[in-house]
Design a protein around this ligand. Structure first.
Ligand SMILES: [Zn+2]
Length: 175
């Protein structure tokens, strides 16, 4: 689906200001022959819980899973404030032009994840967090979250576009 497909809750239930910025950017990107696809936009708390319990099953503990998948309470997708964009040409376009629309990449390890930062239209996007564990919004629970380091099986260097994700059970961050 694209950012114009508002029959889908994943698009329609995004924060209206974010959606507006995305649509303005998408119209300009279309002039460059680039189309924005929505890999994941708004998520219901139930769906986020499901992603989290899948990650708990995979990583073996809630604390480890929380480093890779946000809870329903902390995910900016659940609040409608985040979008995961595809494909790689759209990601490249946004990385170059997004700030003009207030659209900023937040995490270095999630080049597809964008949020609205209205102040960026006057300046630039703020420095990115290396990954979600450094985002204060994700640190509502004390404990093992402070211990960095990628889990087994998750690449720590190569972060391609979602369409370049390796096949198999490998899990990518779902914040
Ligand atoms: Zn995301």
């Amino acid at each position: 689906m694209t950012v114009f497909d508002d029959r889908y809750p994943g698009v329609a239930d995004l924060n209206p200001a974010l959606l507006q910025a995305l649509r303005e950017a998408a119209i300009d990107a279309a002039d460059d022959g680039v189309e924005f696809y929505v890999n994941s936009g708004w998520r219901s708390p139930e769906y986020q819980d499901q992603l989290l319990s899948e990650a708990v099953a995979e990583y073996g503990s809630e604390s480890e899973a929380a480093r890779w998948v946000a809870t329903a309470d902390t995910s900016p997708h659940v609040s409608g404030d985040a979008i995961d964009i595809g494909h790689s040409d759209a990601i490249a376009w946004l990385s170059e032009h997004g700030a003009r629309y207030g659209l900023c990449q937040i995490y270095r390890n999630e080049p597809w994840h964008y949020e609205l930062r209205p102040e960026a239209t006057d300046h630039r996007c703020s420095r990115m967090y290396a990954d979600p564990t450094q985002d204060p919004r994700m640190q509502q629970r004390p404990g093992p979250l402070a211990d960095p380091g990628p889990p087994r099986g998750l690449p720590s260097v190569h972060f391609g576009a979602p369409s370049e994700r390796p096949q198999g059970t490998q899990r990518w961050p779902e914040h």
